[in-house]
Design a protein around this ligand. Structure first.
Ligand code: PBG
Length: 353
């Protein structure tokens, strides 16, 4: 097949009807553009789609009544009092988003060195779970397990002499998970990156006959700069001493992520998560290909903030960037995405169907 190059620029840029005249035709058998010629055929050959079933919507809960407070570094995202979280759960139901995730903004006066509030069965997260389940028993609720919203030092585990204790932390996390499950949480999601926590949580849940409570392990969670706005949202940004690099993973590593996933699955994780999202799609793909288990990605606060900020400045089309980023997760093999865009994306998806 002869492929001829070098058509004059004017001709390549000419309107469609002119370049389709025989005189302008190259001798090509394969023309990739044929399948892209109009919307119906692009839809026909599309390999990946985002549906509302792919979305998990993270919500931030705070004290008070009938309150919604904006989070400066996450334009469009708010902290919600429990009654308002129930309203957003209703919105999720109506938008057919299958699952929401709850994160607390704990009053600073309730934070201490050991994160004791994490074990209060009446803490914000447990209250929110109960309130939402009372009205909407059919929506999935995921609860994060870690101590950082509750500790005065902002770390996910117990801190002694500058060291995060592993096994002691795991014992506390197992209790935290049990309490959340007893409140009605469906998916326990340990985000702390301590060794052995998935196994300990599974054993504790099973010991309490909570065999159906799922575990989604934040299995490959990296020590990332992209969590910044989240730490504002839960109020741990200012208090965090040092960084989380002795427990969260080095962004340079891939094989290590595979070992983390393997361990969490062996310990009883039902689903695994890679976090952050877009900068780690290579990990998502490798995890999905290697293990074939339900694999999720967390499009984290900093990723959300970048798109939202650029859109607010008119530098990118925010809606298109949102949908493009979400389909990228599907392309990489993710079964679903935790994303602050969930309600907006769901609205857009439903409007187009
Ligand atoms: C807490 C936790 C974090 C996130 C989810 N759970 C922050 C952290 O590890 O410091 C980040 C979520 C986001 O940035 O959107 N362990």
């Amino acid at each position: 097949m002869a492929i001829k190059f070098g058509r004059p620029i004017e001709m390549r840029d000419a309107p469609l009807r002119e370049v389709t005249t025989p005189a302008a035709s190259l001798d090509l058998v394969t023309r990739m553009r044929r399948n892209r010629k109009s919307e119906w055929t692009r839809r026909l050959v599309r390999e990946n789609v985002v549906t509302t079933d792919d979305l998990i919507w993270p919500l931030f809960v705070m004290d008070g009544d009938n309150r919604r407070a904006p989070i400066a570094s996450m334009p469009g995202v708010e902290r919600l009092s429990v009654d308002q979280a129930v309203r957003d759960a209703e919105r999720a139901m109506k938008l057919t988003i299958p699952c929401i995730a709850l994160f607390p903004y704990t009053d600073p006066s309730l934070r201490d060195e050991n994160g004791t509030e994490a074990l209060n069965p009446d803490n914000l997260v447990c209250k929110a779970v109960r309130a939402i389940k009372r009205e909407f028993p059919d929506i999935g609720i995921l609860c994060d397990v870690a101590l950082d919203p509750y500790t005065s030092h902002g770390h996910d585990g117990l801190l002694r002499g500058g060291v995060i204790l592993n096994d002691e932390t795991v014992a506390v996390l197992a209790k935290q998970a049990l309490m959340q499950a007893e409140a009605g949480c469906d998916i326990i999601a340990p985000s702390d990156m301590m060794d052995g926590r998935v196994g300990a949580i599974r054993e504790t849940l099973d010991g309490a006959h909570l065999h159906d409570v799922q575990i989604m392990a934040y299995a490959a969670k990296y020590a990332s700069a992209f969590y910044g706005p989240f730490r504002d949202a839960v109020g741990s940004a200012k208090t965090l001493t040092g960084d989380k690099r002795t427990y969260q993973m080095d962004p340079a590593n891939t094989n290590e992520a595979m070992r983390e996933i393997e361990l969490d699955l062996a310990e009883g994780a039902d689903m695994v998560m890679v976090k952050p999202g877009l900068p780690y799609l290579d990990i998502v793909r490798r995890v999905k290909d290697s293990f074939g288990v339900p694999t999720f990605a967390y499009q984290v606060s900093g990723e959300y903030a970048m798109i939202a900020a650029a859109a607010a400045n008119g530098w990118i089309d925010g809606e298109r960037a949102m949908m493009e980023s979400l389909v990228a997760f599907k392309r990489a093999g993710a079964d679903g995405v935790l994303t602050y865009f969930a309600p907006k994306a769901a609205e857009k998806i439903r409007a187009e169907n």
